[in-house]
Design a protein around this ligand. Structure first.
Ligand code: GLN
Length: 549
């Protein structure tokens, strides 16, 4: 039977419950245990797919096409596992099921209430992964979104309270992540907010077994003892989570603090192996000791919010390490770009990534950015809308179809080089109706993508409604932009490449979702390599220029 670890948060949001959960999972997996992580989000949206990235950051897409919380991206990147729809549940999804059940007469005339009907549905879903088909997990970690004390979190805390009794204390553990603020005037770390959040949790009938303390300064033994005494936890169960220079350091910090050992002991798990973390440590070592540095421009319309492009930023960290260099991602707002300022905005860049997106805002800036990259032989990776913009740019500036566009922005364009997929035309509902999740792609021999993947048949994740219009394909290919990858079943163009260019790849899919710490994504690795080469040859050129003068 699987054992359960619940991770709750207190005092403040944004303490990094997702990173702590993922770090704990990483340590437990390294010890040879089968682990998965799920997240329960207390908002009423059925999934975050319809939310603006400004509201909620990136929407992470799983293999099975679920649009999920960005923490699932951390889970996959840290643990190297695939998650699915079952790993992310929202209040909206819970209520949806309960209301549908009620309409179907499942509750046989009962009054349908938060307790027991909503809490029962929460509990059912909390246990779903461990009981589903191949889900033979030793441990299921469940992160509860929100902060203890929020009205909307209450049914989840109640469900965990009930589950603890049903499953027994040795099968069910609560890890509470909290903040220990530092008052600089008093030069003191304060435990009172933590005491209060644990008190609140106990009012709901839940006592934490382990308290992880997010802090900017090392906790003294005295502070730890105080937390242990006032919060009813053993002294070895007060874990310091000091601010780290990289999220990838956190598993090592948690291991030094003994979080995994405390958890294993409390859950009475004994069949684990010795912690090695060799590959993880090698990754950290390379991350901390890059041999060079390059700048890559990220052009998008949500650049003010780092979380909006989370998976892309992390994919660059992984690919940088694979190339032993540090990638500085320079965020550039697509709306400000035009042909006047582009050269200045792009000075010092060795590569350009044009981000995914929806709607017309910033599209012209993206197209302008791509023109610059194509003409100046700057390595380019376009993702989803970024690929679509590359197609539009090529159509306008190389094929001479001046008004070429995507019908997403210009429904009546004379040259719809990107248009709505046939099966999308009749769809009016917004939630979960895109072309979502994994689809096959076959790469053409000798292309940049083929060289990067080192194989022809790949499977990548998607999230889009519009596609390349195959009526124009012959024209594009004759002029030097080729379909380097296609979906073998539907003949949809998945990858475009410009031939007369050192590295110019546009992907209709999202490679960033599949990049992991210990398995960097081949396209990002190849892109960063091409950018590093560009940086090197440009440095040589300038050196050459200096010496000849
Ligand atoms: N808006 C485009 C489409 O729906 C691109 C989507 C994306 O970039 N994820 O096809």
């Amino acid at each position: 039977m699987a054992k359960y670890i619940f991770v709750t948060g207190g005092v403040s949001s944004s303490l990094g419950k997702g990173i702590i959960s993922a770090s704990l999972g990483t340590l437990l997996i390294d010890r040879g245990l089968k682990v998965t992580i799920q997240k329960f989000d207390p908002y009423i949206n059925v999934d975050p797919g319809t939310m603006n990235p400004y509201e909620h950051g990136e929407c992470f897409v799983t293999e099975d096409g679920a649009e999920t919380d960005l923490d699932l991206g951390h889970y996959e990147r840290f643990l190297g596992i695939d998650t699915s729809q079952a790993n992310n549940v929202t209040t909206g999804r819970i209520y949806n099921t309960v209301i549908q059940n009620e309409r179907a007469g499942v509750y046989l005339g009962k009054t349908v209430q938060v307790i027991p009907h909503i809490t029962d549905e929460i509990k059912r879903r909390m246990k779903l992964l461990s009981s589903s088909g191949d889900g033979a997990y030793d441990i299921v970690i469940t992160e509860l979104g929100g902060t203890v004390g929020d009205i909307e979190s209450l049914p989840y805390v109640e469900a965990v309270r009930q589950l603890r009794w049903e499953l027994g204390h040795v099968n069910c553990l609560v890890v509470h992540l909290t903040l220990i603020p530092y008052l600089s005037a008093a030069k003191e770390l304060k435990t009172k907010p933590t005491q209060h959040s644990v008190q609140l949790l106990s009012q709901y009938g839940l006592t934490p077994d382990v308290i992880v303390c997010r802090t900017e300064h090392t906790l003294t033994d005295e502070v730890k003892a105080k937390i242990s005494r006032f919060c009813n936890v053993e002294s070895n169960s007060v874990i310091e989570a000091i601010d780290a220079s990289s999220i990838y350091q956190v598993p090592l910090i948690m291991q030094q603090e003994g979080l995994d050992q405390v958890v294993l002991d409390k859950l009475r798990i004994s069949n684990y192996s010795k912690l090695k973390l060799n590959r993880w440590k090698r990754f950290i070592n390379k991350l901390n000791n890059p041999v060079g540095e390059i700048n890559i421009g990220l052009v998008g319309k949500y650049v003010e919010l780092q979380d909006a492009y989370k998976s892309i930023l992390e994919a660059f960290v992984h690919a940088g390490v694979a190339n032993s260099i540090k990638v500085n991602v320079v965020s550039i707002h697509s709306e400000i770009l035009d042909d006047q300022n582009i050269a200045e905005e792009f000075s010092g860049l060795s590569g350009l990534l044009v981000a995914p997106g929806f709607g017309d805002r910033g599209v012209e800036g993206k197209i302008e950015a791509i023109r610059y990259a194509r003409e100046n032989k700057l390595p380019f990776l376009g993702i989803c809308l970024g690929m679509q913009c590359a197609v539009i740019e090529f159509a306008r500036n190389v094929l001479g179809l001046a008004d070429a566009h995507t019908t997403e922005v210009e429904p009546d364009t004379a040259h719809p080089v990107i248009y709505l997929m046939e099966e999308q035309k009749s769809i009016v509902r917004k939630g979960g109706t895109m072309r979502l999740g994994s689809f096959d792609c076959k790469l053409a021999s000798g292309t940049q993508s083929h060289k990067a993947y080192k194989k022809k048949n790949i499977v990548e994740r998607h999230r889009h409604r519009y596609e390349f219009n195959n009526e124009y394909l012959a024209q594009f290919e004759a002029a030097g932009m080729i379909a380097a990858g296609k979906n073998p079943d539907a003949d949809l163009v998945e990858v475009v490449e410009v031939l007369d260019h050192p590295w110019f790849v546009g992907a209709q899919f999202h490679p960033e979702y599949k990049s992991r710490v210990l398995k960097p994504h081949p396209l990002f690795v190849a892109f960063v390599k091409a950018a590093a080469k560009y940086a090197e040859s440009n440095a040589d050129n300038s050196l050459l220029a200096e010496t000849t003068v």
